[in-house]
Write a protein that binds this ligand. Structure first.
Ligand SMILES: [Zn+2]
Length: 213
């Protein structure tokens, strides 16, 4: 039997054990860029199962992103927009404006990032979070957050407790790294180079058909 699998891509991380399964080059790039000093900053997925978070900052990072769908050799991911020179914009792919808010995931005991669309109104995450952020002692509140199947977000207060020392340390370490510029919240959305983006099937096909400026 010939081996039809794609060759695996070696990552630059020496600690990484050699993976036998194939991974996308784009995924590898995303991993090395979001991980700083071994700490991978993750998006917290809000779905129909309840998550429990605490809020410790109201500082958000704005970011424009495109969703690049899965193709035969690509797993599908968000990608930061390149603004005026963005190939995804030139190809006519829709763009979404987000703000990124670091929060404490109380289930896993680590800082993660909420990706919030800039839509306002009842049930919209931005609006519902604003009410919690305005409360005093918000960092002691455990907030239950859940999203219905029709994308209505519900935030409720569950309890009020001091952070245990390990969680307080996690917040402090995160804040320090951001202040020193060694951890960038924005990088939780992968940033691909223009050269990489133009190779994505959905973009490449459209760029062949658009009028050159
Ligand atoms: Zn763009």
């Amino acid at each position: 039997m010939p081996n039809l699998s794609k060759p695996s891509v070696a990552t630059e991380d020496e600690n990484e054990t050699t993976a036998s399964s194939t991974i996308s080059l784009f995924d590898a790039i995303a991993e090395t860029e979001t991980g700083v000093d071994g700490d991978a900053l993750e998006i917290i997925r809000i779905g129909t199962d309840a998550n429990f978070i605490s809020l410790f900052t109201h500082d958000v990072v704005p970011v424009s992103a495109h969703y690049l769908e899965a193709t035969d050799d690509w797993s599908g991911t968000y990608a930061q927009c390149h603004g005026d020179v963005c190939p995804a914009c030139q190809a006519g792919l829709s763009k979404t404006e987000y703000v990124l808010l670091p929060v404490l995931d109380r289930l896993e005991g680590q800082v993660k990032v909420l990706r919030i669309t800039r839509q306002k109104g009842p049930g919209k995450l931005l609006t519902e979070l604003g009410q919690v952020l305005a409360m005093p002692d918000r960092d002691r509140l455990v907030v239950r957050i859940v999203r219905s199947r029709n994308y209505v977000h519900q935030l409720t207060f569950e309890s009020e407790t001091d952070l245990d020392p390990a969680l307080a340390d996690a917040v402090r370490a995160f804040t320090e790294k951001v202040e020193k510029g060694v951890l960038h919240v924005k990088n939780v959305i992968p940033q691909y180079s223009i050269e990489e983006m133009v190779t994505h099937d959905k973009i490449a096909k459209r760029l062949l058909l658009v009028r050159k400026a």
